[in-house]
Design a protein around this ligand. Structure first.
Ligand code: NAD
Length: 330
């Protein structure tokens, strides 16, 4: 009997693809699906022919396709000691956050159907990827915001951006409810600013800066970037956080875990840092456009996951940026 069967939604995305590669490499069986909303098959090329991996170009909102995943999981169930569902599928990027319909169906309804499926087939664990966006305009304080801090969401009069956070917050309640009613074990993760060397989405800040530097040594930034600071989490570390939680049974209590680094950097310094690494002495920066309700800082306290699982970020920002540059320069 094999140890673990993983069912991963959004498997071609940054965290999903790293998870699938790592798990298949360790001999686990992985079934994954993605509709390529923000990714491509390229992210899976190293494992697409591996016998331990099955991929489906499916949409989490398509009931017929999800029934096929369910039937396959059911049929394989008795060959495995544990079945683990990981929900990475989501409409993630900032430009969509302000449009409620774009995020609601996949992030809220899709998650709910996937959780129901895990419960129906008797899966052991469900990991729900939520977001640090739930901290909204209160995204930092001395020592970082922690899971038990009260949330002060911007309201509907203030910004539609909060609809994304409100939807993800709802998924945290679904997760917790399922665990406290003994339907499954699991938890939610609030990631902050994940990046990857394979990232395709050119509007994400790190690929955006690197691409523009490569093209013409000039980077167009939002007005917000004159002040904004962020921490950045490499997808190797987001993946390791998921696995640390999966293998820490006491942590799977339905609660929420912040996952981020402590390496805060301003967007201006990030641009200068990337330029220096690419051998560009004086990069030009042009500031255009403004994003409302964009927190100036986002600093998470990660003591909870560190104490309960031993997880800590391993990839420094300098190492991560170097990986991205090597990939870009081929
Ligand atoms: N990237 C970040 O900065 C960040 C921050 C906080 C939380 N998260 C959360 O982490 C999880 C993983 O995100 P990621 O960082 O890998 O981002 P990602 O965009 O790289 O991955 C999400 C994947 O989901 C897929 N997807 C979208 N809609 C789908 C649908 N209807 N059916 C099937 N697949 C669909 C996309 O094509 C993509 O491959 C998500 O739940 C996201 O909300 C990410």
């Amino acid at each position: 009997m094999m140890e673990e069967l993983y069912i991963i939604s959004g498997v071609a995305g940054m965290t999903g693809s790293e998870l699938a590669g790592t798990l298949v490499g360790k001999g686990s069986r992985v079934i994954g699906f993605d509709n390529f909303f923000a990714s491509s098959k390229e992210a899976l090329k190293e494992i697409e022919d591996n016998d331990h991996f099955s991929f489906y170009e499916f949409d989490i909102n398509n009931k017929g396709q999800m029934a096929q995943i369910k039937n396959q999981a059911m049929a394989m169930k008795k060959e495995f000691k544990r079945i683990i569902y990981i929900n990475c599928a989501a409409v993630v990027h900032t430009e969509h956050f302000y449009h409620i319909d774009r995020t609601f169906e996949t992030n809220v309804m899709g998650m709910r159907l996937f959780l129901d499926q895990a419960i129906e087939i008797g899966a052991d664990i469900f990991i729900n990827c939520s977001t640090s966006e739930v901290y909204s305009m209160n995204s930092w304080k001395e020592g970082g915001v922690s899971e038990e801090d009260y949330l002060l969401l911007a309201n509907a009069e203030h910004s539609q951006r909060t609809s994304y956070a409100a939807g993800k917050l709802m998924t945290e309640f679904f997760m917790r409810d399922a665990v406290i009613n003994n339907k499954i074990k699991g938890c939610s993760i609030r990631f902050a600013n994940v990046y990857s060397k394979k990232e395709l989405y050119p509007k994400h800040i790190i690929p955006h800066i690197l691409m523009q530097l490569k093209q013409n040594g000039c980077v167009e930034l939002l007005e917000n970037s004159r002040k904004n600071k962020r921490t950045f989490l490499h997808n190797i570390d987001s993946c390791m956080a998921v696995l640390a939680l999966v293998h820490s049974p006491d942590a799977l209590d339905g609660s929420v875990y912040n996952v981020a680094t402590d390496e805060e950097i301003s967007i201006i310094d990030l641009t200068l840092f990337c330029a220096k690494k690419m051998g560009i002495e004086k990069p030009q920066m042009v500031f255009k456009g403004y994003r409302e309700s964009d927190p100036e800082r986002r600093m998470l306290n990660t003591d909870k996951i560190r104490n309960r699982t031993g997880w800590r970020p391993r990839v420094s920002l300098a190492e991560g940026i170097e990986m991205c540059i090597r990939e870009l320069e081929g």
